[in-house]
Design a protein around this ligand. Sequence first.
Ligand SMILES: Cc1cc2nc3c(=O)[nH]c(=O)nc-3n(C[C@H](O)[C@H](O)[C@H](O)COP(=O)(O)O)c2cc1C
Length: 203
Amino acid sequence: MSIALPEAPSFGAPVNQHPCPELLSFLATRRSASAVTLAEPAPGDDDVAALIRLAARAPDHGKLAPWRFIVLRGEDKAAYAARLEALAQSRGDARAAAKLAKLKLPPMGIAVVSAPRAHEVPEWEQVLSAGAVCTGLLYGAQALGYGANWITDWYAYDDQAKAILGLSAGENVAGFIFIGTAKEPPMERERPDSVALTTVWKP
Ligand SMILES: Cc1cc2nc3c(=O)[nH]c(=O)nc-3n(C[C@H](O)[C@H](O)[C@H](O)COP(=O)(O)O)c2cc1C
């Protein structure tokens, strides 16, 4: 499937809000697929660009766009995984090497990099915006009919692994969104009791 996105509203144009029952139905039932079940077909370049365009509409205090995207696909993704595998093996860390299956098996992924700016908007809010971008990418890919999963794992946090990905000082991986076609449908997981998590403030 490919996306035929409407034009983005032009700057300053009134943006009409309207009910969207299909979106509500999607939100009520969407589910992430295990990364190791993801196979081809995966979104092509046009769909990836569209997904990123949608994700970049995330709420963003100060309009700082304190995040960026790194697309991982094809032979380049395999080379990235091989370098991480060599790093894990050089440390004799078989567990870390095994965890790379979630990176190696899906046909593609998009790293969302949190890149907070020095600004009066607190860094916390800039990092939250990166999380919102991850959610937008995940939901966008799922709405397109693909399986997708938000993964971090050790290579999101390890300094040498971050350097292999090309991160600068102060940047962090908010998430790898792996996307493909799920070989088996995900089963519903336990969900939190939203009522138990909610109180109404009273003076
Ligand atoms: C920031 C973040 C990092 C995650 N990292 C991992 C991970 O490294 N490995 C993993 O198996 N799941 C990880 N998960 C959880 C998966 O995304 C999980 O499949 C997801 O929570 C399923 O929820 P859903 O079906 O409601 O989308 C992570 C989730 C978040 C929000």
